[in-house]
Design a protein around this ligand. Structure first.
Ligand code: HEC
Ligand code: HEC
Length: 406
């Protein structure tokens, strides 16, 4: 009987949520139309001309960018520097460079080795490996929807995609070239590339244009129109019951939405959620950029779009499955003095809190108590189901070139 009542109130909750959603659909639709209009005006000003693309150009993402934006992403949210407007020529040149192993010291590694189109532009190893099998220190993030943020890298140390694109070229654990000059000389040695740089930029190869082309290509790698997007734009039947329950946990008890918010399910801000603080030397994360103590161990909230495909998870790649991630949030959060306030809303009793602040514990400098969300197995399964509804489309259209410039 109890169970029944409980189920009924759950169902009633779900129905209420659904009808509230239907109420907001009107302004949602208005918002979509406005966003599309604003973007259409903006894109003509930016001289995006997909119709001019050459027959070999596979700039599907560019078409998408100029025609459609996901709900909540507006002109202000799009980051394209004024000195690097998107053009089909740059996008196609960037795609060639992104997939070309000749940009590495020993012709063995391209950007796409770690950011693989089969893995939503991430890879499946804990930490990735560059030339000569050299391992890096962090897990490879999925390069999707990066058009929606200026800062790049998990700690935000690159101010733009252009700035980011240069770094892997000379990182000894990635493409491993000795200098930017060496990269330019190598690319210049391929006459096909010289022609393409001339067409895209009207000048000879240089490292900033290499970065501009790669960044332009990356801006077209998008993931939108997931079942989640369909749901919030009015197709409320598209989520299964389990996914609906997962959404309710995501926004309610789980408080995931505090950080995984907005059109990209990421606030693009930096938080210490405790990952790495069980090791003797935790990765300092955002602190390296700001030198501000409060940023120790903070990393940018990653997007959850296509997250089912992009494991292992977290900056150190410690979790292989989404269930493990959810268990961490539920009862595993690692205490430390810099833990984000959102991870500290404990449900300890007064007695337990006092015990926590006892002298011995204080001297361990563990920080404040951590959250215990105590998810049930059903909550966990539902959250994971909800996250799988975030699988989108766009990036699947982009693959390796059939051939490279000679
Ligand atoms: C050996 C594997 C490897 C190679 C090769 C590689 N990357 Fe990465 N990439 C990574 C890792 C690991 C990170 C995260 C590093 C960090 O945040 O400190 C990253 C981060 C990025 C980011 C930032 C994404 C974000 O969410 O902030 C972009 C963009 C990117 N790489 C593009 C490229 C480009 C362009 C190339 C080729 C010029 C390239 N990568 C080559 C492993 C690789
Ligand atoms: C305080 C902000 C915050 C909250 C709340 C939060 N997250 Fe996160 N989430 C992050 C950050 C930051 C990372 C990356 C941490 C790292 O790499 O060390 C992350 C990583 C993840 C990842 C791994 C993504 C990847 O590509 O590696 C998943 C999945 C995830 N969170 C799901 C959730 C779920 C589910 C909830 C709710 C139960 C939640 N998060 C609550 C900030 C948050």
């Amino acid at each position: 009987m109890n169970k029944l009542t409980h189920n009924n109130s759950r169902t009633a909750d779900m129905i209420r949520t659904k009808s509230r959603l239907i109420e907001i659909l009107d302004w949602v639709a208005m918002f979509v139309i406005l966003s599309v209009l604003v973007f259409a005006m903006w894109s003509s000003a930016q001289a995006i001309q997909p119709e001019k693309k050459s027959s070999t150009a596979k700039s599907v993402g560019l078409d998408r960018l100029s025609q459609q934006l996901p709900l909540g992403l507006t002109r202000d949210g799009i980051h394209i520097p004024a000195d690097n407007p998107l053009t089909p020529e740059k996008v196609e040149l960037g795609r060639l460079l992104f997939f070309d192993v000749r940009l590495s010291a020993d012709d063995s590694v391209a950007c796409a080795n770690c950011h693989s189109p089969e893995k939503a532009f991430a890879d499946d190893s804990r930490v990735s490996t560059g030339i000569n099998g050299r391992a890096g220190t962090r897990n490879t993030p999925a390069v999707i929807n990066r058009v929606g943020n200026a800062e790049q890298f998990r700690d935000g140390r690159a101010a733009t995609l252009e700035e980011q694109a240069k770094v892997p070229l000379i990182n000894p654990s990635e493409l491993g070239m000795s200098s930017y000059d060496a990269v330019v000389e190598k690319v210049k040695g391929i006459s096909g590339y010289r022609d393409l740089f001339e067409r895209a930029f009207g000048r000879d190869v240089n490292v900033d244009d290499i970065a501009r082309a790669i960044a332009s290509f990356e801006r077209t790698i998008v993931s939108w129109d997931s079942r989640w997007d369909q749901f919030i734009t009015g197709n409320v039947a598209v989520l299964s019951d389990s996914e609906m329950r997962g959404l309710i946990v995501f926004q309610g008890k789980g408080r995931c939405i505090q950080c995984h918010s907005g059109w990209n399910l990421a606030d693009e801000k930096y938080h210490n959620i405790g990952i790495g603080w069980d090791s003797p030397e935790p990765d300092e994360g955002r602190f390296a950029v700001t030198k501000n103590d409060k940023d120790r161990g903070a990393f940018r909230t990653p997007t959850l779009r296509d997250v089912a495909l992009t494991g292992p998870y977290m900056h150190d790649g410690r979790f292989d499955t989404l269930e493990q991630v959810v268990d961490y949030y539920s009862n595993g959060v690692i205490a430390n003095p810099y833990l984000d306030v959102e991870m500290r809303r404990s449900n300890l009793s007064l007695e337990e809190t006092l015990e926590f602040y006892s002298k011995e514990n204080r001297s361990e400098r563990k920080g404040l108590p951590v959250q215990q969300l105590d998810f049930t197995p059903q909550d966990t399964a539902d959250l994971v189901a909800f996250m799988s509804a975030l699988a989108g489309t766009g990036w699947q259209d982009i693959g390796a070139p059939d051939s490279f410039p000679q």
